[in-house]
Write a protein that binds this ligand. Structure first.
Ligand code: AP5
Length: 214
C-alpha cells in the first residue's frame, strides 16, 4: 500500500487538485471532509456526531476520523495507492496513520503542501459553489459554471457550503494554524514534504504536482 497526502489550509485547493491528479493517475482519492459530509447527509451516528464540529469549523475528534479512515482502508487491497485530502489534520492523526501504514506494510511516499496566500484563500472559500447532485466544485469568478447556479457536468443545482460563511472561514483558518500547521514540520523532518505553489491557476498547480509526483 502506498499513500500520498495533500496538506494545506482550508480553500487551498486540495479538492480541486485531487480531481486532476485522480484523472491523470491511479490514485484513489480519500477526502475525510467528503466522507463526513456524506455521513451528515445520510444521518448516520458518525454524521450526527461530526455535524456540530463541522458547522463551527472545528476539527472532528481524532477517534471518529480514524474510525472512518481505517474502515475505508480495510475495504481496499494491498496494492492500492491512496491520495489523502484533508487527512491527517493533527499530529495524533499523523502518528496513528503512520502506525496503520506500517501495520499494512505501506508507506507515505510524499506529502504535498499547497501554499496559497491567506487573502486568496478567503476569496476562494467565499466564492465556492458545489453541485448538490455530483459534488463538482466551482468558483463564482475563478471557475464559473457556464450557466449561473447550474452544474456544467450534470445540470444539478449549485449551493454554498454552510461552513463557507465569513465567520466560520476565519475560525477554520485559525484552527488550521493551531492544530494542523505543525504537520509541515513533522513531514519535513521525515524528508517527504514537497511544496507546491497553489496560488495560481488550477492547471498550473496540477502540472507542478504531476511533475513532482514520484
Ligand atoms: P474539508 O472538506 O476537508 O475542508 P477544508 O480542509 O476546510 O478544505 P476545503 O474543502 O474547504 O478546501 P480545499 O482545499 O479542498 O479547496 P477547494 O479545492 O474546494 O473539511 C471540512 C470539515 O470537516 C473541517 O472543518 C472539519 O470539521 C472536518 N474534517 C475533515 N477532515 C478532518 C480531519 N482529518 N480531522 C478532523 N476534522 C476533519 O477550492 C476552494 C475554492 O477555490 C473552490 O471554489 C475552487 O473552485 C477554487 N479554487 C481551487 N483551486 C483554485 C485555483 N488554483 N485558482 C483559483 N481558484 C481555485
Amino acid at each position: 500500500m502506498k499513500a500520498i497526502i495533500l496538506l494545506g489550509a482550508p480553500g487551498a485547493g486540495k479538492g480541486t487538485l485531487s480531481e486532476s491528479v485522480k484523472n491523470a493517475t491511479d490514485f484513489i482519492h480519500i477526502s475525510t471532509g467528503d466522507m463526513l459530509r456524506e455521513a451528515v447527509k445520510a444521518g448516520t451516528p458518525t454524521g450526527l456526531e461530526a455535524k456540530s464540529f463541522m458547522d463551527k469549523g472545528e476539527l472532528v475528534p481524532d477517534d471518529v476520523i480514524m474510525r472512518i479512515v481505517e474502515e475505508r482502508l480495510s475495504q481496499g487491497g494491498l496494492d492500492d495507492k491512496y491520495m489523502f485530502d484533508g487527512f491527517p489534520r493533527t499530529l495524533e492523526q499523523a502518528r496513528l496513520l503512520d502506525e496503520a501504514m506500517t501495520k499494512a506494510g505501506g508507506v507515505i511516499s510524499q506529502v504535498f503542501l499547497l501554499e496559497v496566500p491567506t487573502p486568496v484563500i478567503v476569496s476562494r472559500l467565499s466564492g465556492r459553489r458545489i453541485c448538490k447532485n455530483c459534488g463538482a466544485v466551482y468558483h463564482i469568478t475563478n471557475i464559473p459554471p457556464k450557466v449561473e447556479g447550474i452544474c456544467d457536468r450534470c445540470g444539478g443545482q449549485l449551493y454554498q457550503r454552510p461552513d463557507d460563511t465569513e465567520a466560520t472561514v476565519l475560525n477554520r483558518l485559525d484552527v488550521y494554524q493551531r492544530q494542523t500547521a505543525s504537520l509541515i514540520d513533522f513531514y519535513e523532518k521525515k524528508g517527504v514534504l514537497v511544496r507546491i505553489n497553489a496560488g495560481e491557476t488550477p492547471q498550473e498547480a496540477a502540472k507542478e504536482m504531476l511533475e513532482q509526483l514520484a
